[in-house]
Design a protein around this ligand. Structure first.
Ligand SMILES: Nc1ncnc2c1ncn2[C@@H]1O[C@H](COP(=O)(O)OP(=O)(O)O)[C@@H](O)[C@H]1O
Ligand SMILES: [Mg+2]
Length: 548
């Protein structure tokens, strides 16, 4: 007797408690539910059907025995009235009794005066005579009567009270079950026999048939029923099993998928069937898909943000470094001669300007994000603005050996907008075009009305173009197709090399400006053939202005 006994008891208790609490898994519950429902249905059938069948068969037997009794009426009447000999009557009764019943003829005083000779086996042929003096042996030897058991007969006995009384008044009746004359339950029918005119009661014909036949039939029925129930139960179990699996398996798979998603594996998917669960699975897949996209987008934005900070920091630091590099020699007096000193100071001013532009661009982008509210709106004469902007860039273009022209097509509708900002956006586009177009190229600013109504301003160049894969991104802050260009100022090294071209904010500013004006900015470019940047600004609602 170690400490195991209480442990085992505890475990047993736990097991019992668990069994009482019911199965946990949906599968088991589903299965159990279906099986219990089928068992209940089968139980109802198995309990009700044999009873019903028994009832029906017994009623049928009673009816059949009554019919036999009625058919015998004429012969029995003739016998009881003395018109038919005993032998003939006896022969008739034997035929009437057949294999399955015994027949008595009772006279109006209640005495059994004749009975079928071939005792029914099933009734055992051994009546229990609990009444009347009983004649030892009969005039007939019954083949079914089993003489060894006494071969007792009813003939000469008198029926007991209610039966004799009923016979005497010509009342017919029937009963099923225990009978005083038999060891086994019987169906008994008594058919009264009257004189032909019905005025006188002559006696009755009794027919007894064992219930055993019915019981046997019902028993057989019950056996088949149980067999069928067993088969049905097995089939139901199988079907329930398959159904439960079909339901719980996808649920299980989806649960597993949801778990994986919860653990961060957004690539988890389930296969969907055609039913509602399949629909659910597909919805889950779509959800996972969306989550994955959101995650990727989030990652991209996060990477972008980091890059942005790195870019801003770098682009702020590099001019500062340059400035520092030029200030030191000025301070410690190593730069003695005047032209050198001047060149140093000019570089410092250029870098300071670049720094100022960068900061201004960043601030500008921030302000533009506020949208239309940040604009100083006036009616803008796009034609004049275009010509002025081109004029402003012409010296630079000439210096770079690029042909710069303005192409104003037709009267342009007025645009309500922030002139300085539209001018700056246009400047950014021209700036890029001139910057990327090689010597001998052409840059054209086209302005034309477009349906909408609005104005389209297009800057096209004969530059290198932009690879298709980069096109969607060039509008993003600090995005540059050729990353190395960004560091040009730095790679140039020490004093004398300016920070160079922009940092990738120009197009972002264009886009934000155009968006703030309710317009849109597009780009078409084919590598090697040049690019066309187009901004479309909606016309002011007042209608066309300017020369008609
Ligand atoms: N006209 C153009 N031809 C070729 N590439 C261009 C042109 N305009 C813009 N790009 C590309 O788009 C990028 C972003 O332009 P932008 O935002 O103005 O930045 P930045 O001019 O400072 O480089 C440029 O770095 C360049 O790669
Ligand atoms: Mg630029």
């Amino acid at each position: 007797m170690g400490p195991e006994v209480p442990a085992v008891a505890a475990r047993a208790k736990a097991l019992v408690l668990r069994a009482l609490a019911g199965p946990r898994s949906t599968f088991a519950r589903f299965l159990l539910g279906t099986v219990v429902a089928v068992v209940c249905a089968l139980a109802v059938v198995a309990l009700a059907l044999p009873g019903l069948a028994e009832h029906f068969l017994l009623a049928e037997k009673e009816r059949e025995l009554t019919l036999r009794g009625l058919r015998a009426e004429g012969v029995v009447r003739a016998f009881l009235e003395g018109g038919l000999g005993e032998d003939q009557a006896q022969a008739y009764l034997d035929v009437l009794a057949a294999e399955d019943s015994e027949v008595w003829v009772v006279n109006s005083d209640g005495y059994v005066v004749l009975e079928s000779g071939i005792a029914c086996q099933a009734v055992s042929g051994v009546p229990q005579y609990g009444m009347s003096p009983f004649p030892p042996g009969g005039p007939w030897v019954s083949p079914g009567g089993v003489p060894g058991r006494g071969g007792r007969w009813m003939r000469g006995s008198r029926l007991a009270f209610p039966d004799a009384a009923r016979v005497s008044v010509g009342e017919g009746w029937s009963s099923t079950g225990e009978h005083w004359a038999y060891e086994v339950p019987v169906v008994s029918v008594s058919v009264p026999v009257t004189s032909a005119d019905g005025s006188r009661v002559l006696g009755a014909v009794y027919l007894h048939s064992p219930v055993a036949g019915v019981s046997f039939t019902v028993g057989t029925l019950r056996r088949y029923l149980f067999l069928a129930a067993g088969v049905g139960l097995l089939a139901a179990f199988a079907v329930a099993w398959v159904l439960s699996r079909n339901v719980t398996r996808p649920v299980g798979l989806m649960t597993a998928m949801a778990k994986r998603i919860a653990e961060g594996d957004l690539d988890a998917r389930v296969k969907g069937g055609l039913d509602e669960l399949g629909e659910l699975g597909r919805s889950l897949n779509i959800m996972a898909e969306r989550l994955g996209e959101a995650r990727d987008e989030g990652r991209r934005l996060e990477a972008l943000r980091r890059e942005l900070i790195a870019d801003v920091s770098h682009d702020l630091r590099s001019p500062i470094t340059t400035i520092r590099g030029f200030v030191e020699p000025l301070l410690d007096g190593t730069v003695a001669d005047e032209p050198m000193r001047r060149s140093y100071l000019e570089t410092i001013r250029r870098e300071t300007d670049a720094l100022g532009r960068l900061v201004a661009d960043i601030l500008e982008l921030g302000r533009l994000e506020a949208g239309r509210s940040s604009l100083a709106l006036t009616a803008v004469d796009i034609e004049r603005l275009s010509r002025e902007t081109v004029t402003r860039y012409r010296p630079g273009a000439d210096e770079a050996g690029i042909t710069l022209s303005a192409d104003i097509r037709g009267p342009l509708p007025a645009v309500e907008g922030d002139e300085a900002r539209i001018g700056r956006a246009l400047g950014n586009l021209l700036d890029n075009a001139l910057k990327f177009t090689p010597r001998g190229g052409r840059v054209t600013l086209t302005a034309e009305p477009v349906p909408g109504p609005g104005v389209a301003l297009a800057v096209s160049d004969t530059g290198p173009g932009i690879p298709e894969g980069d096109l969607p991104y060039i509008w993003e802050r600090f995005y540059k197709v050729d990353k190395s260009r960004r560091r040009r100022g730095e790679s140039g090294g020490g004093p004398g090399s300016p920070s160079g071209d922009g940092v990738g904010l120009g197009l972002a500013i264009v886009k934000e400006t155009v968006n703030a004006h309710g317009g849109r900015a597009t780009v078409e470019s084919r590598p090697g053939q040049g690019s066309t940047f187009r901004i479309i600004l909606p016309a002011a609602e007042k209608g066309p202005a300017g020369p008609a």
